[in-house]
Design a protein around this ligand. Sequence first.
Ligand SMILES: Nc1ncnc2c1ncn2[C@@H]1O[C@H](COP(=O)(O)OP(=O)(O)OP(=O)(O)O)[C@@H](O)[C@H]1O
Ligand SMILES: [Mg+2]
Length: 1009
Amino acid sequence: MESTLTARDRVGVQDFVLLENYTSEAAFIENLRRRFGEKLIYTYIGSVLVSVNPYKDLEIYSKAHMERYRGVSFYEISPHIYAVSDNTYRAMRTERRDQCILISGESGAGKTEASKKILQYYATTCPVTDHMSTIRDRLLQSNPVLEAFGNAKTLRNDNSSRFGKYMDVQFDFRGAPIGGHILNYLLEKSRVVHQNHGERNFHIFYQLLEGGEQDQLSKLGLERNAQKYHYLVKGCCPRVSSINDKSDWKTVRKALTVIGFHEEEVEDLLNIIASVLHLGNTQFGEGEDGETQITTEPQLTYLSKLLGVDGPALREALTHKKLTAKGEEVSPLSFEQAVAARDALAKAVYGRAFTWLVAKINQSLAFKVSHTSIMIGSSSVIGLLDIYGFEVFQHNSFEQFCINYCNEKLQQLFIKLTLKSEQEEYEAEGITWEPVKYFDNKIICDLVEEKHKGFISILDEECLRPGEPSDISFLEKLEDTLGGHAHFVTHKLANGKTRKAVGREEFRLIHYAGEVNYTVNGELANQSVNSTAVICQSDNQILSQCFNREEVTTQKRPETAATQFKNSLAKLIEILMSKEPSYVRCIKPNDAKQSGRFDEALVRHQVKYLGLMENLRVRRAGFAYRRRYEAFLQRYKSLCPGTWPNWQGRLADGVATLVQHLGYKPEEYKLGKTKIFIRFPKTLFTTEDALEARRPALGKTIQAKYHRIRNAVIQSAWRGMKSRRKARRRRHAAEIIRKFIKGFIYRHYERCPENEYFLDHQRFSFLMTLVRNPPKSVLDKSWPVPPPSLTEASEHLCRLCMQNMMRAYCRRIQPEWKKQMEQKVVASQIFQDQKDSYPQSVPKLFPPVVHRLQHFTDLTNTPLTDYGVAVTKYDRRGYKARPRQLLLTSSFAVLVAEAKLKQRIDYAALRSISVSSLTDGFMVLHVPSEDNKQKSDVVLQCDHVIEVVTKLATMADKKNKVNISQDSIKFAVARGKEGVIDFTSGPELKVAKGKKGHLLVTAPQLNPR
Ligand SMILES: Nc1ncnc2c1ncn2[C@@H]1O[C@H](COP(=O)(O)OP(=O)(O)OP(=O)(O)O)[C@@H](O)[C@H]1O
Ligand SMILES: [Mg+2]
């Protein structure tokens, strides 16, 4: 509740009922002043909002502000017009009772602004649908139109409403605005023809002249110059810096469209506006016979065109008067009378057009039953009354009388309703009603309106009396009837000092808000609109609706303006009485329209005339402060050990315990059913002080407690979280184990829910094993065993892996090594699995060029040699062993002995090469024996037979001509003669000449085949 307020919000008291010295006007004003100084323009008197015009934008009306006040209890937040708006809206929705907000105050105090703020609040915060948004827009747009026609610049306010306005906003069962209705009161028609110095006529005239298009103005016979129109320059200020007539005209035109005015209607309306200006410029002069006549013919032409009436008839109506007693006879008007008749016509035309305008707006705002007929039964209304407050001038005319009478009635209503609601609240809470002392202004209302005896009845009587009514006879009649009334005084009735203060043509009413002298001069001037009969014939649709033919034909005298006003006021009071009221009292802080200036005398005057002290007295007659139990207990429970930190029992008992502990005396408070009522603010302030004093200790206690609780809470939360996490993990693990075992049992089945976890796991672990431990090199043949479902994939993977490794290996290989490998490949193609010594040769590298030459010393004649090796040559006959070097060139091989070339074997001539399958180093190079150049086959032995044969077969391109013999090799000794080498396996290598002339070679067999 109040705890949400900031220190600034607490400047002074935000509710006047909490003012200790509540009967002191000075204390009241001081509180207003202090708050105003802090830009706190709103203060409550109970539920009444007092608003002081800041004369500047305070930035407290944003959407965010609206949201802040939305749905929040009235006293929980600083006073604001939105709080009143929201409270009213919620009361309407929850209690389903019509509401009204009465806004009053002096001219320029901010009533219209307040009513606009309320409307904006509803437009922004209430729910809307598409159709409703149209109504909402029309509600908002009705303001600029009414302001254009009904507002004017006055000395007190540049946008002064010159009429009273009551607006009903209708809401459906969902709380959305669905319609509206406006009642207007007392338009200040005299302004149409006359303005005081520094004031203007109604805005619309200037707007039309400034903003209207040239064509339009020409059609209306107008010039874009306000100075040219007598009705616009009486106040000598057609232009005002704070007003932009041109842009306002645009706003009004747009608003008229939004509200739904047809073009013809707008045209008719503008014709009326223009005709008023032409009337103003209509001049009179004296004719030849001394009769009054119109001297401005063009004006008359325009008038008859714009008003849609017959020209000569209008001329006569403006210069002659019908004699009622003598039927159709007419008599000429004097100059003054003609001027008065002209002005009366202008006022009547404008006044009635304004009433038509309001009716037209009402049609557009009317809730259409066809939309949702179910809504109508459950719709509710919020009424907004924006009406002038008390007015007191040096000379107060009939208009001021009406205004002040209206305020008197509203005060009556306020007293009745406030007391009534107070009483109802007391009853609801079961508290005995104690009579409240206050001034009841019923006596003044009666003085004005009582039948036969009241002021208005006497006025009516005087007007209806045969013969010419006069102000003096009226005053005398008043003195006769009202003389002796405590609230009525005239110069004659008064004595001493008072007599001096009341003029001879004046009477004084002692209103609840103060004394006001009214002048009776002109009080009885009845509208003698001879021209009514003419206007009734008008072609202008608006005028023909406004002026009724019956008015002319009827013999009955029309009601006086006072009776009309009395009746409309009675109707208004009836409307307001049927609703739950809220009040906004507006005050202006200075006459200069300046921000930040607080003129105490001016404010005091308004406080008095608004009856705020009286408001406060009534409100404070009983109890200054009341709160619901829960709110009171919540705020102050820390002040009593019995209620701190929490009260467990009934709320009423809790509050009783609390106030007992605080030492409240019985006369200081009362306990109702749901609320505590505290009689004096002092009691509350003492409690507030105690709370303030308790706060530091409370803060420490709360902090310590908070730390303890926080530690304990955090620790236990942490422990709880850990155990919960552990239990969760355990549950999860058990679940997995169960799944695993089940999966293992079902592992040979098709994939099914029982084994899917296991199979997935198997697959996953196989793949992870591969990822973590892939084969390291091309020679590494290790590969994990795949699960059955991955057999095929595993093969593909293995192949891919191998290809990858091989590709990488090949990319790394050097050219010499490549050559080496190529030779090794050739060797493997020739010897693998064919010759026993092959496996031993595999790891031995084939040497580079002529590496193995041992006895070779000088061979300058030989061509470039690619390879050389030491060999043992066996003679074909006798098998004598001789050391030789075998050199291989690109096209032949040579055998060399001690730098002598012993034999040359052309590769082209080399037929084949034979070797044994054993581990010996014998090889036979077969060459054709018929070739003379060749010396027949060559038998050689070499320790590197694999290497030599591979090189030779490669260089001579005889890879397919290498024979590997199991047991013997035949070779040609000479033409037609053959030698044989027999091979046998034995423990060691032996070469010997055998029987039959064979060479016998014994060699160890390493790999048994
Ligand atoms: N709450 C506000 N914040 C800022 N300025 C304001 C506020 N209320 C009023 N004003 C200023 O005061 C001027 C007069 O206010 P407003 O027209 O509402 O007075 P009023 O009480 O309706 O007067 P009248 O009886 O002459 O119509 C406004 O035009 C505006 O400039
Ligand atoms: Mg206003």
